[in-house]
Design a protein around this ligand. Structure first.
Ligand SMILES: Nc1nc2c([nH]c(=O)n2[C@H]2C[C@H](O)[C@@H](COP(=O)(O)OP(=O)(O)OP(=O)(O)O)O2)c(=O)[nH]1
Length: 162
């Protein structure tokens, strides 16, 4: 039995006794957990686009599967998307923004890392680009979390060519 005793069930129909469900509590529980890699070479950032939305570029990565740690997710996603493994993955930033494809609230945990080998375009991907801050600011190219939050931080930290 859950802690909330504000309804009883008759058959399959819940009957509310006074307190309505809290819509904010419901909204809080629908945050997409996404793990991604910021891979920088010569102060350019590696971005990818997927076949399902070829015009939207974002960091390689994805959603954890059940029971996976973030490091395991990162390794699986980079293998699937780039045929490479992360090296020296370190937490860099946690960003809150709408998810570019699902358009629901997202928590994006960004790890900085290198790769064991040059990236190769995986089957799910449409394109792969190394971009400087100028390219990344183009409004129709980059997922909002990256354009508005990650790129300014990378420039501030001197990691991205302006
Ligand atoms: N990987 C990744 N996803 C991002 C970033 N920014 C951003 O808004 N997203 C969004 C796009 C999608 O709405 C969601 C992640 O989707 P995804 O398609 O990459 O994840 P996935 O590989 O696990 O997806 P799936 O095909 O298994 O459903 O997060 C980012 O920088 N990297």
């Amino acid at each position: 039995m859950s802690g909330r005793e504000d309804h009883v069930k008759y058959g399959s129909t819940p009957i509310h006794l006074g307190r309505a469900p809290d819509p904010l509590a419901v909204a809080d529980s629908v945050v997409l957990d996404v793990v991604a890699a910021a891979i920088l070479v010569d102060r350019r950032l590696l971005t990818v686009s997927k076949a399902v939305a070829a015009h939207v570029f974002y960091l390689p990565g994805g959603k954890p599967e059940a029971g996976e740690s973030h490091q395991q997710t990162l390794a699986r996603e980079l293998d699937e998307e780039l045929s490479a493994a992360p090296v020296d993955a370190q937490p860099y930033l946690v960003l809150s923004a709408p998810a570019a494809l699902e358009a629901i609230p997202m928590r994006l945990t960004v790890y900085r890392c290198d790769l064991t080998s040059p990236p190769r375009l995986g089957a799910e991907l449409a394109d792969l680009r190394w971009i400087s801050a100028v390219g990344l600011r183009a409004p129709d190219v980059l997922a909002p979390a990256l354009r508005d939050l990650l790129v300014p931080r990378l420039v501030q930290d001197g990691l991205l060519a302006d």
